[in-house]
Design a protein around this ligand. Structure first.
Ligand code: NOJ
Length: 551
């Protein structure tokens, strides 16, 4: 795994390819567009890119349903365009990580097509079960996206398991041949020069023996049965032993519901780690529960508690992956920030996590403070999970209320094209965009923000640069202050050379504030702020400040 822990000094940028930038005018984001924007990504101070899936896919789950793991989709420019981007990124000192989606494939993958016909060696590549004599499904688990976790296949005459969409059958990771296929895929990309992987729902790959019903918490869809299954650690160890340990690569694992304690079973550096970092979901749950559909008022104390828990419990043992946005959650300005104070709150949210200990990820469009999207018609949604929620989940709420719920909960809220300029289609494409452009592109776009030195974009650049300069941010202690406050989040970072204090207001009104005891404001240097004039005893709406002391 990563030699010298190179990933600890980097800031990653996540590209969700369909909506990043279209370079050939067909309306779909692609690698030509990425190539055009490599210098832009570099200009943010980012020196790593995570690509959401680029592989051939029918697109049922926007690329997370893969039909060929050893190729790049034609719609994204194919292998030639990918190699050009990979080289271009490396020339600029940027690492590139791919998405590895091996809990499931697309039902169009050759393996599944052969498996359903019982063609060897593919017969047991997936999780097949006969119908039960009583007509019941093989177990009571639900799909996390739509309906039950089982679909009947007429060709094979059996049910197959799918924890996600019907067209995303789960692989049978207990089959050693499947694990060999995974290793082949890993070697293929690593040999080509990619620098690591973000492993999609990897904690789901080992299902419990006999696939028992979830009797304790059936409403949880079975997730407590298949998350961190019995052989997960063993399989991750095998991937490390046979592949990762032979390359200088980074492995980041998506891990729904993971706690710091659980994460340390995989990432404790002193204890033969099988992963470098894990993506926790807890920081997404300060206004929702488990999925963004169960929406609640934003609770700052809950967020702070989670931040601090991860900072403290991993300290000196494992490494945090830091993020506030990705392609699976609505935009943060619209959730923990404020659209009314779009500029202020986007900057504040950046500071709230960028100075923590760990490796930060910035999701496309986050750096200009993009906001949620509010379509007038549920038919405008594309996402399979969103559509199921709206069209199939029975509720007694009015259509208006249900639509509003999607505005706050849908993954599509963060999947509208990046707003590059105030030109047609936000400068995303010269053709017809594959998806709707958020109408606020006239106010929020990259070109405008390039020319404004106080823009969210330039603030991100400043914050990332500062983070890289400060040794206390890389290695220093983390301490939180004012834990009971429902308005402010305050933390310090400190090493033997220097100390910073980070202050973030999460409220839309001005409020009295005092620097925590023990910090001498008269000796402090204010190194980052989102208001021009600062008052020592008051914080403005969504104000943020970073104070610095040299020792
Ligand atoms: C997590 C991915 O981030 C999400 O976009 C995808 O739909 C599911 N895993 C299934 O692959």
């Amino acid at each position: 795994m990563a030699i010298n822990n190179w990933y600890k000094d980097r800031v990653f940028y996540q590209i969700w390819p369909r909506s990043f930038k279209d370079g050939n005018g067909d309306g779909m984001g692609d690698l030509y567009g990425v190539y055009e924007k490599l210098d832009y990504i570099k200009s943010l101070g980012c020196d790593g890119i995570w690509f959401s899936p680029l592989y051939p896919s029918p697109g049922v789950d926007c690329g997370y349903d893969i039909s060929d793991y050893m190729d790049i989709a034609e719609e994204f420019g194919g292998m030639e365009a990918f190699k050009k981007v990979l080289d271009g990124a490396h020339e600029r000192g940027m690492k590139v990580i791919m998405d590895l989606v091996v809990n499931h494939t697309s039902d169009q993958h050759e393996w599944f097509q052969k498996s359903r016909q019982r063609i060897e060696p593919y017969t047991d590549y997936y999780i097949w079960r006969p119908a039960k004599p009583n007509g019941k499904l093989p177990n009571n688990w639900d799909s996390l996206f739509e309906g039950k976790a089982w679909t009947w296949d007429d060709v094979r005459g059996e049910y197959y398991m799918h924890l996600f969409a019907i067209q995303q059958p789960d692989l049978n990771m207990d089959n050693p041949l499947v694990r060999e296929e995974v290793k082949k895929i890993l070697r293929y990309w690593l040999d080509m020069g990619v620098d690591g992987f973000r492993e999609d729902v990897i904690t789901f790959i080992s299902k419990p023996e006999g696939l028992p019903d979830d009797k304790l918490m059936p409403a949880s869809k079975g997730i407590f049965m298949f998350n961190h299954g019995p052989h997960l650690h063993e399989y991750l160890e095998e991937f490390k032993r046979d592949v990762f340990s032979k390359y200088d690569c980074m492995v980041l694992a998506e891990a729904p519901l993971v706690t710091p304690k659980k994460a340390l079973e995989y990432i404790d550096e002193a204890n033969n780690p099988v992963l470098d970092m894990m993506i926790q979901f807890a920081t997404q749950e300060a206004d929702s529960f488990m999925t963004d559909y169960i929406h609640m008022p934003f609770n700052l104390r809950k967020l702070k508690k989670t931040y601090t828990k991860w900072q403290e419990q991993l300290d000196g043992k494992g490494w945090n992956m830091l993020y506030i946005e990705n392609h699976d959650h609505p935009r943060m300005v619209s959730r923990y920030g404020s659209e009314k104070f779009q500029k202020e709150s986007a900057k504040m949210l950046a500071v709230s996590y960028l100075f923590q200990k760990g490796t930060p990820f910035i999701y496309q469009g986050q750096e200009i403070g993009m906001t949620n999207w509010y379509p007038s018609d549920p038919e405008m949604y594309e996402d399979v999970q969103t559509r199921w929620q709206y069209f199939n989940v029975a509720t007694n709420k009015s259509p208006e209320k249900r639509l509003q719920r999607l505005w706050h909960g849908s993954r599509d809220s963060a999947r509208t094209p990046v707003q590059w300029s105030d030109e047609e289609n936000a400068g995303f494409t010269t053709g017809t965009p594959w998806f709707y452009v958020n109408e606020n592109y006239l106010q929020i776009n990259v070109t405008q923000q390039e020319t404004d030195e106080n823009s969210v974009l330039n603030f991100y650049r400043q914050a990332v640069q500062l983070r890289k300069q400060l040794s206390c941010v890389r290695n220093g202690n983390y301490k939180e202050y004012g834990k009971l406050s429902s308005s402010f989040y305050t933390y310090s970072r400190e090493d033997e050379k220097e100390k910073i204090l980070v202050v973030c207001s999460f409220i839309g009104n001005a409020k009295k504030w005092n620097m925590p005891a023990g910090f001498d404001i008269s000796k402090a240097e204010l190194i980052l702020a989102n208001y021009e004039n600062t008052d020592d005893t008051l914080l403005q709406p969504y104000e943020t400040r970073v104070y610095y002391w040299k020792k």
